[in-house]
Design a protein around this ligand. Sequence first.
Ligand code: COA
Length: 310
Amino acid sequence: MTGLRITGWGSALPDNIVTNADLASRIDTSDDWITERTGIKERRIGGTTAEHAINAGRAALDKAGVTPDQIDLIILATTTPDRQVPATASTVQQGLGLSCGAFDLNAACSGFVYGLVGALGFLKSGLDRVLVVGSETLSTIVDWEDRNTCILFADGAGAAVVERTEDDGDLLGFSMSSDGNLEYALFAERGGTLEMDGRAVFKNAVLVMEKAAHEAMEMAGVTPDDIDHVIPHQANIRIIEASCKRLGIPSDKAITVLDYTGNTSSASVPLAMVDALEAGRIHKDEMVLMVGFGAGMTSAATVLRWSADT
Ligand code: COA
């Protein structure tokens, strides 16, 4: 069997912190409302998608102890490419001094998890190492006068180096889906800003996260009791808690960073992953469920048995 092993990780956030109080000084909202409805206290805003991806990618290469010539492909998950053409992945490739294939992947907030599954396929096809990055500058497509959306979205990046193994590797099961009937719930027209039906997103997010997680666990041959850590998409603490409850996984197993990152779409799962690793929360041989959902509506989950020393 050919598998995938995560050997390096890194993240990057802009320096500029925007608190709920900062937003409340500009629009009709409050720290209490945002905290209670979402769990978000502050978010980081600024920079470009490529800059964040390069910083996170460089940290991941360092952690993996690999040189640029050892990377065979970059998959950059993003909904906010810096330009229409070329792919922002090409800018990241140049910035990191790599010479390999590079492409963007847009599966909204499920993007990083889609990227990991895609990387497994490329490793099975013969590549040795793939850099998977989730990077966003959602602040560039948010209407800062719209209190319905601007309180949620933010900027940042997370990255992982994944390597081919000759055994089953870390990734034991996965699920990917999309339901175009729900496109209306969250979208941005070309050149436009994000428009959202928050209640529709909330209701469907809980359903698709549960379904994706169950499918990935079934493929991996594990049950909710076997899961040590959940790394969910960081959209809303209430969505995370409701999903954990439906899955029968204690919500204290969920890793959350949204209180200080906000919703960073493709970057949110790797940002939470890196935060947990740097805090020493994930240990070798523990079972990790990553589960994302987003515009599309897409969803994706992976079950990983963590093999890297942390
Ligand atoms: N500050 C204060 N009041 C606000 C507000 C804000 N930022 N945004 C909306 N409100 C008001 C509404 O106008 C409404 O007022 P009304 O009752 O007078 O009409 C009231 O708060 C309730 O609005 P509602 O939309 O029903 O709130 P909610 O409990 O559904 O919470 C969200 C709104 C957006 C926080 C919630 O629906 C949500 O998180 N949905 C998922 C969104 C998401 O995760 N998107 C990204 C997916 S990747």
